[in-house]
Design a protein around this ligand. Structure first.
Ligand code: FES
Length: 85
């Protein structure tokens, strides 16, 4: 979807830059979004905010389970042996 008609900037262009770690001001400078008539600024900011939320959630990893994320010889913190020690 085109967000900025004046500069032909799409939501994908914005998302790509958010995932590269850029904020709205950086994206505005890089792509020129909301620098001509300004009508797209609200929508562009919404797209940036939405992408930042999704980007943050994507980096949250679940805690390792009993069978995941532990070396073969590491006692599991979920093991009853740790409860008595
Ligand atoms: S639509 Fe983005 S500056 Fe005009």
């Amino acid at each position: 979807m085109i967000v900025c008609v004046c500069k032909r900037v799409s939501d994908r262009d914005i998302a790509r830059n958010v995932h590269a770690g850029m904020g709205f001001d950086d994206i505005q400078f890089e792509l020129g979004v909301a620098t001509q008539c300004g009508r797209c600024e609200g929508c562009a900011r919404d797209v940036v905010a939405q992408c930042q939320r999704m980007h943050t959630i994507a980096h949250i990893k679940p805690a390792p389970t009993e069978t995941q994320g532990l070396a073969w010889n590491t006692p599991s913190p979920l093991s009853p042996r740790w409860a008595s020690a």
